[in-house]
Design a protein. Structure first.
Length: 531
C-alpha cells in the first residue's frame, strides 16, 4: 500500500495544472524523450514502396493468424457451431461432470513443482473456475469492443476507402484462430489457489508450458516481460486513454469549447474512478457480473441504431456492398492501390480485436470448465463479434452516409474518428449523438474494468498474491483513472499502446511452440462430445 500512496502523493501536485498549459506538458515531453525509442521500435513500419509502409507488428499478427487457421484446419469455420452451443450451455454436463478430470500437471502445477493444495482444489468439481463461458466472453469483449469500433473504423475507411471493410472482415475471420489458441492455452496452464481464485494468461503458459519443453529459463524471461508490458498497458491504453476519451466525448456533446464541463475533468475522473473501484475490488466474479450486463446492453443499443439506419436506407445497401467489394480489389484513388486498402483493413481488425496479443486469455482463463479447448472455442467468437459484426456495421453506415462525399474524402485520413462516425449517424438519426456519448462512456468503463483485471493478474505474477499487493494495484489503477480524465499525456498513452502491442512478441513465441498442446486439448474435448 505504501507504493500506491507514495505515487498518489507524487501525482497530487499535477492536478491543479490539469487544465493548464505547463507542468503536465513538460512532463509529457520529457517522458516522450525517454521512451520515444521504444514506441518507434514497436510501431516501426517496413517500407514496401514509397507509399506503403507496414508496421512489423501487423505482419506478425497476420502471419500468426494464417498459420493457426491452417494448423487447426480452419477452426474459425469448423468450430463456430460448437462455440455457439457451448455458450448456449449444451455441453455443460460434459464439462462439469463425468469421470474425465483435468490432469493436475496440465492445469495446476507451479513452476517449482506440483502443489498438493491446488491439485486438491482443481479436482473439486466446485472449483473448476470462477465464471461462466458467457461471462468470460463478455469480460474479454468489454476490453476490445469500444472506441476502435467507433472511431477506428472511420479512420481506416477514410484512408483505405470502402474496400478496407472487406479486408477488415477477412482479418477478423482469421484472427479467430489466434484467439482460440491463446485462450485454450490460458485455461490449460492456469493455476487455482486454495480459495478457488483463478490465475491465468500468457504469464503461466509461457513459464509452465515452455518448461515442459525444456525451455524453463526462456519461458520465465518471456513471462516476466509479458507481465511488465501488460501492467504498463493496463495503466495507459486500458485506463488513462479510456477515461480521457470518455470525458472528451461528454464535453464535446455538451458544447465543446463552450461546455460547462470545461475544467472539471478531474471531478469526472474521480467519479469514474469510484465506479471502477466498486467493481474491481470484487475481482473477476464482480467484473463478469457487470460486463455480462453492460456489454450485451451497449452492443445491442449500438447495433439497433445501425439496423434502424440500414433499414431507413435499405435501397443503398447494395451500393455500399458494391463499393466494399470493388474497392477491395482495385483500390482506386487510394495511396498504394489494393495493397494500401488491404493494409488499412488488416490494421484496423488486428488493432481492434487484439487477437495474438494474449490479453484476452487472462479473462478466459477464469471460466468454469474441465476442458481447456471449450473456452478456446468460445473465445474465437470474440473477433467475429468485435470485427466481423460491429466494425462492419459501423462501416456500412459510414459508406451509406458518405454517398455524396459530405462525411469524408476517401484517401484522406480523418483526425477525429468519433466525430466523423457521430456525424454519419446524426445525418440519419438526429438524436444519435446522445446514444453515442452514452455508448462511449460505457465502452470506456467496461474496457477499464477488464483491463484492470489483466493488469492485476500480471501484477500478482510479479509481486505475489497477497491482499496488500492486490489492493496496491487496484488503488493505483483508480488513481490513474482520475489522472487520465484530468490531463492528456500523449507520450504516456503512446508508450502504453506500444507496451500492449509489444506483448505479442513473447506471446507469439509461446503460441507457436505450444500449438500442439492446444491441439491435444481440442481433440480431448471433441472426443468427449462424440462420446
Amino acid at each position: 500500500m505504501r507504493i500506491a500512496f507514495s505515487l498518489l502523493f507524487l501525482l497530487l501536485p499535477f492536478f491543479p495544472f490539469a487544465q493548464e498549459k505547463g507542468l503536465n506538458q513538460v512532463i509529457d515531453e520529457k517522458f516522450g524523450d525517454l521512451t520515444g525509442w521504444f514506441v518507434n521500435a514497436i510501431f516501426y513500419s517496413i517500407p514496401f514502396t514509397d507509399e506503403i509502409q507496414v508496421p512489423w507488428v501487423l505482419i506478425v499478427l497476420i502471419f500468426g493468424a494464417v498459420f493457426f487457421s491452417l494448423y487447426f484446419k480452419l477452426i474459425n469455420i469448423t468450430g463456430f457451431k460448437t462455440a455457439i452451443n457451448i455458450v448456449r450451455g449444451k455441453y455443460d454436463e460434459i464439462e462439469s461432470g463425468g469421470d474425465d478430470h483435468v490432469e493436475a500437471s496440465d492445469a495446476v502445477f507451479k513452476v517449482d513443482g506440483d502443489n498438493p493444495d491446488t491439485i486438491r482444489v482443481e479436482q473439486d468439481a466446485d472449483h473448476h473456475g470462477e465464471v461462466s463461458h458467457f461471462q468470460a466472453l463478455t469480460a474479454a469483449l468489454s476490453a476490445t469492443v469500444g472506441l476502435g469500433n467507433i472511431a477506428g473504423v472511420a479512420v481506416a475507411i477514410s484512408i483505405g476507402g470502402p474496400g478496407a471493410t472487406f479486408w477488415m472482415i477477412v482479418a477478423g475471420l482469421i484472427g479467430m484462430a489466434s484467439k482460440f489458441t491463446e485462450c485454450t492455452l490460458g485455461v490449460r496452464y492456469r493455476e487455482i489457489d486454495e480459495t478457488g481464485r483463478v490465475f491465468g494468461g500468457p504469464m503461466y503458459y509461457l513459464s509452465k508450458g515452455l518448461k515442459e519443453k525444456g525451455l524453463a529459463g526462456i519461458g520465465k524471461v518471456l513471462a516476466v516481460l509479458f507481465a511488465i508490458m501488460c501492467i504498463g498497458g493496463s495503466f495507459g491504453g486500458g485506463n488513462m486513454f479510456q477515461s480521457n476519451q470518455a470525458f472528451a466525448m461528454l464535453q464535446s456533446y455538451t458544447g465543446g469549447a463552450d461546455s460547462p464541463l470545461n475544467g472539471y475533468g478531474l471531478i469526472f475522473g474521480i467519479v469514474m474512478a469510484a465506479l471502477v473501484g466498486i467493481v474491481i475490488i470484487g475481482g473477476i466474479k464482480k467484473i463478469a457480473n457487470v460486463t455480462d450486463k453492460i456489454v450485451p446492453f451497449m452492443v445491442a443499443i449500438y447495433v439497433l441504431a445501425v439496423v434502424v439506419i440500414l433499414f431507413m436506407n435499405v435501397n443503398q445497401i447494395p451500393r455500399a456492398f458494391s463499393e466494399i467489394f470493388s474497392g477491395a480489389f482495385t483500390g482506386l484513388g487510394i495511396a498504394g492501390g489494393i495493397f494500401g486498402v488491404l493494409i488499412q483493413g488488416f490494421r484496423r481488425a488486428a488493432f481492434s480485436n487484439e487477437a495474438g496479443i494474449g490479453s484476452a486469455s487472462i479473462a478466459h482463463s477464469a471460466v468454469k470448465t474441465k476442458y481447456a479447448a471449450s473456452e478456446g472455442l468460445v473465445a474465437l467468437l470474440e473477433p467475429f463479434i468485435d470485427t466481423v459484426i460491429v466494425c462492419t456495421m459501423t462501416a456500412l453506415v459510414l459508406i451509406i452516409s458518405n454517398g455524396d462525399g459530405s462525411i469524408m474524402q476517401y484517401g484522406t485520413a480523418v483526425t477525429e474518428g468519433v466525430e466523423v462516425t457521430s456525424k454519419a449517424f446524426e445525418a440519419n438519426i438526429s438524436w444519435f449523438p446522445v446514444v453515442l456519448t452514452i455508448a462511449v462512456i460505457l465502452f470506456a468503463f467496461s474496457t477499464m474494468i477488464s483491463w484492470s483485471y489483466y493488469g492485476y493478474q500480471a501484477w500478482t505474477y510479479l509481486f505475489g498474491r497477497s491482499r496488500s499487493m492486490e489492493y496496491t494495484y487496484k488503488l493505483l489503477f483508480c488513481v490513474f483513472v482520475a489522472v487520465g480524465a484530468a490531463i492528456k499525456l500523449d507520450s504516456v498513452i503512446n508508450f502504453s499502446d506500444a507496451m500492449i502491442f509489444a506483448m505479442l512478441v513473447p506471446n507469439m513465441i509461446g503460441l507457436f511452440l505450444l500449438a500442439p498442446k492446444a491441439k491435444e486439448e481440442l481433440n480431448r474435448f471433441m472426443l468427449a462430445i462424440r462420446k
